[in-house]
Design a protein around this ligand. Structure first.
Ligand code: PXP
Length: 238
């Protein structure tokens, strides 16, 4: 069974637009779990544009909820994450000016730092993941760095699907990267920009064990309700 992680950052985006308390991501975390999400993803960004420290702390304290905390490699964020103790962490690149995470990590540039961070979390028995581009080289480097999992950035593939362009090359990149990772003992996840159509295509890759999907789920829920949307995604991925 493939798993579905629901990213609830944009519940916080909506709340923050008013500077008040509603809609509450803490409540959203409980709701998505009750409707079948296998885990909840939140990104504690350096600029705190959506999830805030207190959200992360409270959501990670919910019993029987698996929380995947996305973090950058900044010391301040790493320290916070170690204190909050999520079940999983996913290290992502962060750039202040970006609207959303724009690509995978630059593993070459940040090798030592990432290796050190992975070790810190593994010591605390927290599952580690690296958000990488679909590249065989990055998969091999991820292995060297000691990560448990990788999450393949699917943004490019998702955009090709949305614009009805040829997806063959990018699909093969994702497939080959997933296969190699799985062969060398790394669990494979996928995420970014996914909707029903792109998720359905990528579900054919048997090595992908988890999808992390946010913006589309939250947006679609406005029209159809989060219960129906999660149910449909669970059906698609399996
Ligand atoms: N996975 C990772 C590592 C991400 O950074 C994001 C975006 O925050 C997602 C998945 C979800 O992307 P989207 O909101 O486009 O579904």
């Amino acid at each position: 069974m493939k798993r579905l992680g629901v990213n609830i950052d944009h519940i916080a985006t909506l709340r923050n637009a008013r500077g008040e308390l509603h809609p509450d991501p803490f409540y959203a975390a409980k709701i998505v779990k009750s409707h079948g999400a296998d885990s909840v993803t939140i990104h504690l960004r350096e600029d705190r544009r959506h999830i805030k420290d207190l959200d992360a702390k409270n959501i990670c304290a919910i019993k029987n909820l698996l929380v995947n905390l996305e973090i950058s490699i900044k010391n301040e964020i790493v320290k916070k994450a170690l204190k909050i103790k999520p079940n999983y962490i996913c290290i992502v690149p962060e750039n202040r000016k970006e609207i959303t995470t724009e690509g995978g990590l630059n593993l070459k540039k940040n090798k030592n730092k990432i290796k050190f961070i992975i070790r810190l979390f593994k010591k605390k028995k927290i599952r580690t993941s690296l958000f990488i581009n679909p590249s065989l080289k990055d998969v091999l480097t991820s292995k060297e760095l000691g990560t448990d999992c990788i999450e393949i950035h699917t943004g490019r593939f998702a955009n090709l699907v949305k614009s009805k362009k040829n997806t063959k090359k990018e699909f093969l990149r994702i497939k080959k990267s997933s296969k190699l990772a799985s062969e060398i003992g790394i669990e494979v996840h996928a995420g970014h920009g996914l909707d029903y159509k792109s998720t359905k295509i990528l579900s054919k890759i048997k090595e992908i064990k988890e999808f992390n999907i946010g913006h589309f789920i939250i947006g679609e829920s406005i029209f159809f309700g989060i219960k129906k949307v999660i149910k449909r995604f669970k059906k698609i991925i399996n």
